[in-house]
Design a protein around this ligand. Structure first.
Ligand code: GAL
Length: 810
């Protein structure tokens, strides 16, 4: 069965599901509405009254059309958006509703559409939403057909005006869409807020508030029944509020509920409670909604930094953009989970969702994996950074967008800090806006939450910056400027401090320049002068000695932030490479060099530096590879932990040993003479061997070797398999400079290679291509399957032995 045919069946199935929908008076139904949309890129015609013309495709959401585009040197989107075009796209979906739902209210909810979406139902205009990251919904009830006729939802997405972002945004309906069927007496969207108002070892008191929307003409007696479920799923508290003769209108409800022996949410034990609220009218449950929440005590302190549940905790965070590498912006839970697990294994305990609201499922993952999230809303306020960015919509939309963001996310236990903006232009140019905007945004947080501190990410640190000096925010946020971290208590007496963004060091995975170890390179030399230097292949050495003038190498910022107790923590720019912003280069470089992990998800060497400092796991990692020319002098760097001494052996011969430098996390054996064979490092603690690690000189490329991160995938959850391909020699050693073209295929009904990648920032092959060159010996294939069954993935490369691997699609 081909894909189109399959999608059509999925579409029909979702219509059937709707037809068998809920009975009158039943609680809400949340129907995933991702399957079966028509799509066309078209800026010339209007399709709100029904699609016309050729060129429509049938597809499932989430969808990002920009990631399907060829990279174009002169794309108006520019380097910031990875040289991938925007444009105007139309989406259309038809559906039939069951007559039994006629008395219900019907909504369509979008979690994210980039950008300027306009929505119509049966030709009736519902509204426009410029912001590309915040979720929104429209009520369809008055315009629907109930007589078996098809209803037609039309969505125009206008991402044509470019550039409108400093980083890759994608284009289209790139997050989930839901159809909500709600009773005329039901809980208003995002009105539920479970606010802890007291918490000690014995008990917790939470205030649960929500709005009941009562649209029936007659007055009703309504009860609100709440049950709180413990992390283990047991009912631990309940409450009922009865409202008699409730009139048509919106009615706020408050319940204060006590939980005995509360279980705290923590990064190592992210225990979540659940509030199950039922609205009962005339003896029937007319609405039911479950909301997860967490109980935790936390504070920020001028001297001690961040304190969680009574213990000091350094926030060891990374910034992440919302793109998922080769998948573009099209949200996929398993791809986000992969990113977060990779970060967790490195010792990361904090995520900054830079610079916009994240997908709701991303925050759910942070809740359940245990991260300290700094949630950010804006990269731009009123002052522009790009000609067509959010400044165009600021005045009209910021209050609504920000309030919607706070209301949507305030129940997430992982969320600890609201970051109101990133490096806003108002830092530099506008005394009045720079004072007024933080006040206005902080007032919104206070009115809708009031349990979490606010901050703003500043890169201009003079006292003339009204944003930095704002009394509206609780934490002073510095981007970069590591040389000023130590003196913060003197520079801002009485204030609390967080490093909202740090480092911005640069590297390409697996690439090493043999320059003297102490040579430090600042690329570009200055942010405002075009960069003409660098390497001819536009690669950057991964020795952690190349960085931007506003940042530092990884070691420097890491060391500093661990030294000073008054620094609550930092969010390193960035955990993963992302699309766009290929600083210091431009075309053909099209993605970032900042990541600790490359775009394909392969860790760079500095990953192990952090792991050695941020985890309890014993670490021993050495770099670079061991394929050099006779006569080369190679700096050998070791990242290690839980050891006080390291010995280095070449071909079994001891060539040096070093004890740990109390001022550094790493150590380096400078200018080691290259000799083909083996290079081994052994770590010791108190004379006892801790770990050893050997690398060897690779011989000729011999075969492709496949390894999967996921032996099984769940098809219902749209899980993806991430399959690594390595070019190895006949003794299984990675060939570090191999750049062979690898062709991936997958057998299995409904299976597909959805994307490939290699982490090379200059690879202009489209991500959807099933063939991909290895980059420093490695490539990645991302595999999906619509059907259950056995998948066989094959990787072939000319002149090399092929490999096959199996995955079970369940
Ligand atoms: C920061 C900015 C980030 C990114 C980074 C690159 O100033 O906040 O979005 O551009 O620089 O170093």
């Amino acid at each position: 069965m081909n894909l189109t045919c399959y999608n059509k069946i999925l579409g029909i199935l979702s219509i059937l599901l709707l037809m068998t929908g809920p009975l009158v008076g039943q609680p809400r139904q949340v129907i995933n509405f991702n399957a079966g949309w028509w799509f066309k890129l078209d800026s010339s015609q209007h399709h709100a009254n029904g699609r016309n013309g050729e060129g429509w495709r049938f597809l499932d959401l989430p969808h990002d059309w920009s990631i399907e585009m060829p990279f174009k040197e002169h794309s108006p989107a520019g380097s910031g958006a990875a040289y991938l075009d925007g444009g105007v796209g139309w989406y259309e979906k038809s559906f039939v509703l069951a007559d039994t739902d006629r008395t219900q209210r019907i909504f369509i909810a979008f979690e994210g559409v980039y950008e300027n979406s306009e929505v119509w139902i049966n030709g009736h205009f519902l509204g426009k939403r410029p912001n590309g990251y915040i979720g929104f919904e429209y009520e369809l009830s008055s315009y629907l057909f109930w007589d078996g006729r098809q209803n037609r939802l039309s969505v125009k997405v206008d991402n044509n005006k470019q550039p409108n972002s400093r980083f890759y945004s994608g284009s289209g309906i790139y997050r989930d869409v839901q159809l909500l069927i709600r009773n005329p007496i039901s809980i208003a969207t995002n009105s539920t807020y479970i606010k802890p108002i007291q918490l000690n070892a014995k008990n917790a008191i939470v205030n649960l508030s929500l709005d009941i929307e009562h649209l029936r003409k007659e007055s009703k007696t309504i009860s609100v029944r709440t049950q709180l479920l413990s992390p283990k799923g047991q009912v631990v508290a309940s409450q009922q509020t009865v409202l008699t003769a409730l009139k048509k209108g919106i009615h706020p409800i408050n319940q204060q509920i006590t939980i005995d022996n509360p279980v705290l949410w923590d990064i190592d034990n992210p225990a979540q409670y659940k509030a199950k609220v039922q609205i009962v009218a005339e003896g029937r449950i007319v609405d039911e909604l479950e909301t997860k929440f967490g109980l935790r005590n936390f504070s920020f302190d001028q001297q001690q930094g961040f304190i969680l549940n009574g213990k000091r905790l350094k926030i060891r965070g990374v910034c992440l953009h919302s793109d998922l590498g080769a998948l573009g912006m099209a949200f996929n839970r398993s791809a986000a989970l992969r990113q977060l697990r990779t970060m967790k294994a490195m010792g990361v305990n904090g995520i900054r969702t830079s610079h916009n609201p994240a997908a709701p499922a991303f925050l759910d993952l942070c809740d359940s994996l245990g991260f300290i999230v700094m949630s950010e809303t804006f990269d731009v306020w009123k002052g522009q950074k790009n000609p067509f960015d959010y400044h165009l919509y600021w005045d009209q939309w910021y209050k609504r967008d920000f309030a919607d963001h706070v209301k949507r996310d305030r129940n997430h236990p992982a969320l600890f800090i609201w970051c109101l903006g990133n490096e806003a232009q108002e830092q530099w140019h506008s005394k009045s806006d720079g004072t007024a905007i933080p006040l206005a945004l902080a007032a919104i947080v206070d009115s809708l939450d009031g349990t979490r501190p606010t901050t703003i990410a500043n890169n201009e640190l003079s006292k003339n910056n009204p944003v930095l000096m704002s009394t509206a925010v609780d934490l002073v946020g510095y981007n970069y400027n590591h040389k000023k971290w130590a003196s913060f208590p003197q520079d801002h007496p009485g204030k609390k401090f967080i490093v909202t963004e740090s480092t911005s060091a640069l590297e390409s995975r697996g690439q090493y320049d043999l320059v003297p170890y102490d040579s430090v390179r600042m690329w570009p030399e200055r942010w405002d002068i075009p960069f003409n230097g660098g390497n001819s292949d536009k690669g950057i050495s991964a020795y952690d000695n190349v960085y931007t003038p506003w940042g530092s190498d990884h070691h420097t910022s890491l060391w500093l932030m661990e030294q000073y107790d008054h620094i609550a923590g930092m969010y390193v720019w960035t955990g993963f490479d992302y699309l766009g912003e290929p600083t210091p280069y431009t075309w053909p470089a099209r993605s970032s060099y900042f990541g600790i992990v490359d775009l394909a998800g392969f860790p760079k060497d500095v990953y192990y530096l952090y792991q050695s400092v941020w985890t309890e796991k014993p670490v021993l990692h050495l770099l670079p590879h061991w394929n050099w020319k006779q006569g080369d002098k190679v700096n050998v760097v070791v990242y290690f932990s839980q050891a006080d001494r390291v010995e280095l052996y070449c071909n079994g011969r001891k060539i040096g040993e070093q004890t740990k430098d109390p001022q550094r996390y790493d150590l380096v054996f400078k200018a080691v003479d290259f000799e083909p064979g083996t290079l081994e490092v052994i770590s010791y603690r108190g004379g006892e061997k801790v770990l050893s690690k050997m690398i060897r000189t690779a011989a000729k490329p011999y075969r492709v070797k496949l390894v999967t991160e996921n032996p099984t995938i769940n098809t219902a959850n749209k899980e993806l398999a991430f399959v690594h391909a390595y070019i190895v020699d006949d003794s299984d050693t990675l060939v570090p400079d191999a750049a062979h073209e690898i062709e991936f295929t997958v057998e299995g009904e409904g299976a597909a290679i959805v994307a490939t990648d290699n982490g090379n920032t200059t690879d202009l092959q489209r991500f959807q291509s099933s063939s991909r060159k290895a980059f420093h010996g490695k490539a990645l294939a991302i595999v999906a399957s619509k059907n259950k069954g056995k998948l066989v993935i094959t990787a072939k490369s000319q002149g090399l032995m092929a490999d096959k691997i199996q995955i079970a699609a369940n």
